[in-house]
Write a protein that binds this ligand. Structure first.
Ligand SMILES: [Zn+2]
Length: 272
């Protein structure tokens, strides 16, 4: 499933063609067809994200909510240039010159301000990991709150009510860069460790957003590429999907475990 950085990158692409533009023609799934006429002629004011949800906001007060889950995919095209795909087109927003097209997703809704406020999924979400106003200090304090401090990091770091937008690869990568074992709990960590984890949570997610999915810092990527590593062979990640390969920092073999029925990767030395 795409994680916060990938969803934000998709939202940026859509924002470039929709924000400030009038939508001339709209296609909605059958259950939302009544909104087509209400959205046609409206102008998109903003395309933003909260965790893995995308919100396309219109100047008439309506917001298109979409969550890609595993299968959904957005395309941005010149108007009328539909991609060749076997997927089912679910939403189309056409401006005079461009089209934003959502394929395959099923979690789609059109909401007014009040419904947006009360939305069951959105209202449960924690702060967005890419929110530029979220600070390391606030996140360190959140780690120490009663509802979170007794839980394992493995569980917290997939819980969208703790922080929205973290998924499986970010979980492994953040915990590696923070040098923490996934079984540890915030309440058993020192304040320094909680602060280090909070800083790395923001740093790794923001780096992944800037670099379109690479969590390794630029120096490590250069070293790995020089050694012949490809993106698929994973210069992208420090530990994720690198079971049995050497840790860049200490040379120990990366290990894999299952945590919350999802795989987690770690360095047994650096994260002891
Ligand atoms: Zn290591």
């Amino acid at each position: 499933m795409p994680e916060g950085p990938e969803i934000r990158i998709a939202a940026d692409r859509i924002a470039r063609v929709l924000e400030g533009e009038r939508v001339e023609e709209v296609l909605m799934p059958a259950a939302l067809r009544r909104f087509e006429a209400r959205l046609e002629g409206a102008t998109v004011t903003q395309v933003d994200t909260h965790g893995k949800a995308m919100l396309t906001r219109f100047d008439n007060g309506l917001t298109l909510y979409s969550h890609n889950q595993l299968y959904g995919r957005w395309y941005v095209r010149a108007r009328g240039d539909l991609p060749r795909t076997g997927r089912i087109l679910r939403v189309a927003l056409h401006t005079a010159s461009s089209s934003a097209l959502l394929y395959s997703a099923t979690d789609i809704d059109v909401l007014d301000a009040k419904q947006l406020e009360a939305h069951a999924f959105l209202s449960r979400l924690g702060p967005d990991i890419l929110d530029s106003e979220l600070t390391g200090q606030a996140l360190a304090a959140r780690l120490n709150e009663p509802q979170f401090r007794g839980r394992s990091l493995a569980s917290l770091y997939l819980d969208q009510s703790f922080v929205a937008g973290i998924g499986n690869y970010l979980r492994s990568e953040i915990l590696h860069f923070a040098r923490l074992d996934h079984r540890r709990r915030p309440r058993d960590m020192s304040q320094t460790e909680r602060q280090r984890l909070a800083r790395q949570t923001l740093a790794v997610a923001r780096r992944s957003y800037r670099t379109r999915g690479i969590t390794n810092p630029p120096g490590r990527v250069r070293t790995r590429k020089a050694a012949g590593d490809t993106r698929r062979g994973s210069y992208r990640f420090a530990v994720f999907a690198r079971e049995g390969q050497p840790c860049d920092l200490c040379g120990a073999n990366i290990r894999r475990a299952d945590a919350g029925s999802r795989r987690v990767y770690f360095c047994p030395e650096c994260q002891a």
